[in-house]
Design a protein around this ligand. Structure first.
Ligand code: CTP
Length: 213
């Protein structure tokens, strides 16, 4: 299980980050451990305490998360990508703190794309029965609704289940409750009504367990 938001440094003191607290991923790791799974939690920059009975690997950047996840995935029956890995990283990382220019100008930051860990896991599935669960953080926009964007992402990512979060209007980040829809290839979407992240975690693990061979 991956959780939290990765950080990409601009210089020794500044980074690009995101609002993921890690709560939903930690709750999934905990729910799976309670049910008897051997769990590795790959945690990025979360302030939460390690769940009981879970092996925690701490990472900072998307590349570190990628390495740790590929290593753990090699012996996993199931993978849950609940983390929010940063999609972009600065092309150049300054060795020393970037100083303000006296003339009032601001630096431009050139970004490059990070690897998509979920897509890589799906492409290199260690065995066909490995169950891979992705998450989708979506807001609706003029191009489509939350579920339309999520369906497109599900097809693009090729995972077995996609847990869809509507992240508009302060509904998810740093909240204690969550509300999700779980997409799968061979069944109708499952709506999990608003509940604690622990209850939602168990609902996700229920769907995952049904697909373990
Ligand atoms: N993910 C990943 N590696 C990345 C970015 C995302 O493995 N570099 C995973 C997330 O952990 C999640 C899923 O991909 O399980 C979808 O993440 P999301 O942020 O919703 O989608 P993106 O792929 O970043 O697409 P977009 O930002 O365009 O919506």
């Amino acid at each position: 299980v991956t959780a939290g938001g990765t950080r990409e440094f601009l210089d020794p003191v500044r980074f690009l980050g995101n609002r993921s607290s890690g709560r939903q991923g930690y709750a999934i790791a905990s729910a799976a451990a309670v049910r008897g799974a051997t769990v590795t939690l790959i945690a990025a920059n979360s302030a939460l305490a390690a769940p009981a009975g879970v092996d925690v690997v701490s990472v900072v950047t998307t590349e570190e998360m990628r390495q740790a996840t590929l290593t753990a995935a090699a012996r996993a029956d199931a993978i849950v990508m609940a983390a929010a890995p940063a999609d972009f990283r600065p092309v150049h990382v300054a060795d020393a703190k970037m100083k303000k220019a006296d003339d009032g100008t601001s630096p431009s930051i050139e970004l490059e794309q990070n690897p998509d860990i979920l897509v890589e896991l799906v492409r290199n599935r260690v065995n066909p029965s490995q169950v891979i669960v992705g998450f989708a953080a979506e807001t609706g926009d003029v191009y489509g609704s939350v579920l339309e964007h999520a369906q497109a992402k599900f097809t693009r990512k090729g995972c077995d289940l996609l847990v869809v979060n509507d992240v508009g209007s302060e509904k998810v980040f740093d909240q204690l409750d969550n509300e999700v829809t779980i997409l799968s290839a061979n069944a109708q979407p499952v709506s999990v009504p608003k509940a604690s992240k622990s209850t939602v975690a168990h609902a996700i693990v229920d769907e995952l367990v049904q697909r373990l061979k």
